[in-house]
Design a protein around this ligand. Structure first.
Ligand code: FMN
Ligand code: SF4
Length: 680
């Protein structure tokens, strides 16, 4: 550890000493239960606190009022019974000298009325937000009075729970919906002049201070430039910030640039992989320089070197590495121990954020322990009681994770891989420039494996004989799958798979029909490859929307790449058959909604339909294994060892993981491996 590392220097915020410069900014992982942060929530924050993080800004938009319904699993700060749960979380983090704050908000129009208490949402002028689609009511005087009191009461709850401070969310939510000319057209005391547009903010801040006193930390996470037509300009944003600082009532500013009322806009505030690193860092630095006031900031500062630069160059006082800590909560511990190179990289997949809307909980694409701290380890510490010889077949994400975990547990591990390089499907998808960072999932594991002595045999197609020759105790089949493009009633011989296009094995040309029945990334990656090759694309899907398994921030770059090419999007249609028509292909489309036939004449038909397992070696080994390939799901879920014995002659135990079982995704493959192998 270098004690001179700028990142490891303390920062004094009012009376608080933050022991280093690293924080996680507020982010709602949707781990609440009934709006309360119970054990899962606490363990999640405790993991990073134990590893040395200086400040964890908990929640994400913890709600102060009942007419601000939980849009994404938010903590209900207005509930009094939130206090004991937050106290437990705070005490646990304080044990490790990690300071704890929370973000409070009223979402205003950024929610939908159709859950929780079914109260109408409110906003200054009733302008609808595209992302949440509610038509809000125009806020009234009695709403304002009530909500101001709600803020104060919720802040008091946080103080009672022992938190070190709060942050008010002021970008895209009610407070700044008053600020922005795009959402406030009022001509009464709450609109027009900047004084009027700030009136609600000052009422809130004053009411909070009246309850929590002068010592409690109160900051704002605020937009300083909305970067949109009719939005808050940089000049106005700076003036707002100046006026807030001048009150002497606030202690820090957490700077945001951009707006979040559409998925596309949100993606520029929280950029995903393939987008520039730290795009708003210089801007945050300019705000700090202009105000001479403590400034925090996060936006795709994913690696320690960039974070160090942010502090060393004086752009920030505290640097947020939020998704980076979702990928690896042990960043500070590794940094301080001189193990910086062992940090599990955040590859910007933003599966975490998109899942809070798609599936109701944040999970990291390649760290299955995040959010599962009660059952999954972030680091494999314990050695196996029965170290043995493990053969892993396949070096895709599942196989590499299995090898990594097995080797860390002290097993002797051999990995067979038919290809010259590791990575499987991840290596394939990382060929697209926008998804290049995904290779970090592979590289990190390979490095960990090599460090732990795993033996790799590339260019080796391992059949049953080669595997048995190693006299393994355990065999893990992680052979993945091959593209499944045979979905037509007739004419499958005319079809090319989306994977062939992504791999560059087939060059799209002329008029191309892409039938996407996978609903996930491969279809969209192929679509982009098709238009970028200069072909004209009709994108056909049986779904009601484009790629429903891809969330809003991930879909944005695909749509930005496709829309300039005048792609024809055909929803609710299914490719049924194809036949030759001269030099071209006649495709018949049907629909799940009725017998609605349509014909297209194209130059190519490309199909995405997931994969079929490559399972020959599994079935060859199955009768020879002790467990006949069976997995005890109850033990797997309970985190207990596998003990099934079905064949007394079996010389080894056999398991199959990842897409070698069924077509799924990277998280599923890696989670399969971790939860099985951690008990070997
Ligand atoms: C799962 C998830 C939920 C988030 N929820 C919030 C939120 O409620 N309020 C907020 O201000 N920011 C939220 N964010 C944004 C983060 O605070 C942060 O600004 C963003 O992730 C960019 O920083 P990073 O690149 O270090 O991850 C969320 C981010 C994630 C990944
Ligand atoms: S899902 Fe992707 S962006 Fe989110 S933490 Fe994991 S690696 Fe980072």
């Amino acid at each position: 550890m270098s004690s001179k590392d700028p990142l490891l220097q303390p920062f004094r915020l009012k009376h608080l000493t933050l022991k280093n410069r690293l924080m996680t900014t507020s982010h709602e992982p949707a781990y609440t239960e009934d709006g309360l942060p119970r054990e899962r929530y606490r363990l999640y924050h405790e993991a990073r606190a134990r590893a040395g993080l200086a400040l964890t800004m908990t929640a994400g938009s913890a709600l102060v009022s009942r007419d601000s319904p939980p849009a994404f699993g938010n903590i209900l700060a207005w509930r009094e019974d939130v206090v004991p749960w937050l106290r437990e979380l705070t005490d646990a983090c304080h044990e490790h000298d990690c300071k704890v704050m929370i973000q409070l908000t009223h979402l205003g129009r950024r929610a939908h009325w159709n859950h929780a208490d079914w109260l109408p949402t409110v906003s200054p002028s009733g302008v609808r937000e595209a992302a949440h689609r509610a038509f809000p009511k125009v806020i009234e005087d009695w709403d304002i009075e009530r909500i101001v009191a709600d803020y104060a009461r919720s802040a008091e709850h946080m103080q009672a729970a022992g938190l070190d401070g709060i942050e008010l969310q002021c970008y895209g939510h009610l407070i700044d919906q008053f600020w922005s000319p795009a959402t406030n057209f009022r001509d009464d005391d709450w609109g027009g002049s900047l004084d009027n547009r700030l009136r609600f903010t000052f009422l809130v801040v004053d009411a909070i201070r009246a309850r929590v006193g002068a010592e409690f930390i109160v900051g704002l996470r605020l937009v300083v430039d909305e970067q949109m037509k009719n939005g808050i300009t940089r000049e106005v944003g700076l003036e707002i910030a100046r006026r807030l600082v001048a009150t002497g009532q606030v202690d820090f500013l957490n700077v945001i640039r951009g707006h979040i009322d559409t998925d596309a806009a949100l993606t520029d505030v929280i950029p995903v992989q393939g987008m520039p690193s730290a795009p708003h860092l210089d801007f945050a630095g300019e705000v700090r320089a202009a105000l001479g006031f403590p400034v925090f900031h996060a936006a795709r500062i994913a690696d320690v070197a960039t974070a160090r630069h942010a502090i060393a160059s004086g752009k920030l006082d505290m640097v947020g590495m939020t998704r980076a800590h979702i990928a690896d909560p042990l960043i500070v511990q590794k940094l301080a121990a001189g193990r910086e190179h062992e940090i599990r990289p955040c590859v910007g997949a933003t599966y975490c954020l998109d899942r809070i809307y798609l599936a109701g909980e944040a999970l990291c694409i390649h760290n299955p322990a995040t959010g599962r701290e009660a059952t999954m380890p972030h680091e494999i510490g314990e050695q196996s009681a029965r170290p043995g010889r493990i053969v892993v077949v396949g070096a895709g994400p599942a196989g590499l994770e299995a090898a990594r975990v097995a080797a860390a547990r002290g097993h002797q591990v051999i990995v067979f891989e038919a290809m010259p390089e590791p990575g499987g499907q991840v290596r394939l998808l990382a060929q697209s420039p926008r998804r290049r960072e995904m290779i970090g999932i592979v590289d990190w594991r390979v490095e960990q494996c090599v460090r732990a002595g795993v033996e790799f045999r590339f260019n080796t197609y391992a059949g049953a004989d080669e595997i048995l020759a190693e006299a393994p105790d355990i065999v893990i089949v992680a052979t993945g799958g091959i593209a499944d493009s045979e979905v037509l009633e007739t004419g499958n011989e005319l079809v090319v798979s989306a994977w062939d296009v992504i791999a560059g094995d087939v060059t799209p040309a002329g008029e191309v029909l892409l039938f996407d029945d996978g609903a996930d990334h491969p279809g969209m990656q192929a679509a982009v490859a098709i238009v970028e090759a200069g072909a004209r694309l009709e994108y056909v899907t049986p779904e009601r929307q484009i790629a429903p398994d891809i969330g809003g921030t991930n879909l944005t770059p695909y749509l930005r790449a496709l829309l300039p090419h005048d792609v024809r999007f055909t929803l609710c249609r299914r490719a049924r058959s194809a036949r030759r028509d001269g030099a071209r292909i006649r495709v018949t489309l049907g629909s799940d909604y009725g017998d609605f036939r349509a014909e297209r004449i194209v130059d190519q038909i490309i199909v995405e339909h997931g994969s079929v397992p490559l399972d020959a070696v599994y079935y060859a080994l199955k009768p020879l294994s002790g467990n006949l390939g069976e997995v005890d799901y109850a033990a797997l879920i309970a985190g207990e060892p596998q003990r099934i014995e079905r064949n007394p002659d079996g010389r080894f135990r056999l398991y199959r993981i990842g897409d070698a079982v069924a077509s799924r995704n990277i998280h599923a493959a890696i989670y399969d491996a971790l939860r099985l192998v951690k008990n070997f």
